[in-house]
Write a protein that binds this ligand. Structure first.
Ligand code: ADE
Length: 368
């Protein structure tokens, strides 16, 4: 990356002596960071516990509610469910809600942590009828585990092989009728056999400005912090349509309001606090702007491949694909073509750089 680019990305929005809002950090849960119990509790308590408390994703919530009522009426476990979509939109929250609504236990795991077949066997054999087995990042499940999981989902049985060669014996272990709930940020990486075993497939989309403002007001009420409409909308506009980001920003604005104001959040307090966080008026973070600036200044607007952009920024390409790109694409700052990523007129205008002629226009629909 050029010195000029580095200097620019430092200069916009954040001053050097404050810690700018770090998207990657915001996306790590308190539990993963080893935070104290209180922090984890606060994190969890902001999440809705029931479908009726859930704001947004109306189609997903309506269809889940029908599936849950019907399964309860039949006194049967639910079909296997997969939630797809960018991080922070509520996939884990929905899995927990489904368990609560079905009045069953939920067992949590993540794809990469299930390293061996034995890890899966010990969980599956401990499940009772109707229990939910939740696998986050299911696209990162090792192949060997996936090959055991597919028949278990279909037949509720597992063939376990003992010994090797001539002594090999197979033992069929029967399982209780469980529900697998999977979550993935990269649905394209799921194998076809696994994908086909989910009866309910739901895509979560970015939330609207109004929905995020409502979520912020709900969270502020739980945290017992006063906020007016202007304050809620100011935070909402900068939350990338993502409840997890909104709740993180709300807490930063709460800190600011308690130190620099009277503890109440209004539009002015929110604006000042979020300026310090390096989040600009459209919700773009320093990393978003570095990403766009790399394409505009280094690759002359594109097309540029994701690996090349990642190398320029010295970032992991997976992080850029999962955390940065979906929002920039959805808001029309970026388009993806067969030859790579291209910056749009909106990106140039946001960066206050004069665009070349004949720039491509975004195809993605707008949020608001
Ligand atoms: N907190 C985080 N996500 C939420 C949602 N979708 N509805 C209500 N509160 C939330």
């Amino acid at each position: 990356m050029s010195d000029e680019l580095r200097a620019k990305s430092r200069g916009q929005g954040a001053s050097d002596n404050v810690h700018p809002f770090d998207l990657k950090e915001a996306f790590q849960s308190g539990a993963q960071k080893g935070a104290g119990e209180g922090v984890v509790q606060e994190e969890l308590s902001l999440r809705p516990q029931r479908l009726k408390e859930y704001i947004g994703q109306k189609q997903v919530v309506d269809s889940l509610s029908i599936a849950i009522l019907a399964a309860k009426k039949r006194q049967e476990p639910l079909d296997h469910i997969i939630f797809q979509g960018p991080p922070g939109l509520g996939k884990t929250t929905l899995a927990n809600i489904v368990a609560k609504e079905m009045e069953v236990r939920i067992h949590h795991a993540t794809g990469p942590a299930l390293e061996k077949g034995g890890d899966l066997v010990s969980i599956l054999t401990s499940l009772e009828r109707g229990d939910i087995f939740f696998i986050d990042e299911i696209h990162r499940l090792p192949k060997i585990v996936e090959e055991l999981l597919c028949p278990a989902m279909e037949d509720f049985a597992m063939d376990i092989i003992f010994d090797k060669g001539a002594n090999a014996r197979t033992y069929r272990s029967r399982l209780e009728w469980f529900t697998l709930v999977g979550a993935t940020t990269r649905s394209g990486l799921l194998s076809r056999p696994l994908r086909e075993r989910f009866g309910i497939v739901r895509e979560l989309d970015f939330y609207t400005i109004d929905e995020i403002a409502l979520i912020i007001k709900r969270s502020a009420a739980i945290l017992k912090v006063a906020i007016d409409d202007e304050g809620a909308y100011e935070i909402s506009r900068r939350s990338r349509g993502t409840p997890r980001v909104a709740n993180h920003l709300l807490k930063r604005v709460r800190d600011y309001s308690q130190v620099k104001a009277d503890g109440r959040i209004d539009g002015d307090v929110a604006q000042k606090a979020l300026g310090l966080e390096g989040v600009d008026s459209d919700g773009l973070t320093i990393l978003d702007r570095k990403f766009l600036e790399a394409i505009v200044t280094y690759y002359k607007g594109g097309p540029a491949g994701i690996e090349a952009i990642a190398a320029t920024l010295q970032e992991d390409s997976g992080t850029l694909e999962e955390l940065v790109e979906p929002f920039l694409l959805q808001r029309g700052y970026l388009i993806r073509t067969s030859s790579g990523r291209r910056a749009t007129e909106k990106a140039y205008s946001h960066l206050k750089i004069t665009p070349p002629k004949n720039l491509p226009q975004p195809q993605q629909r707008s949020l608001v």
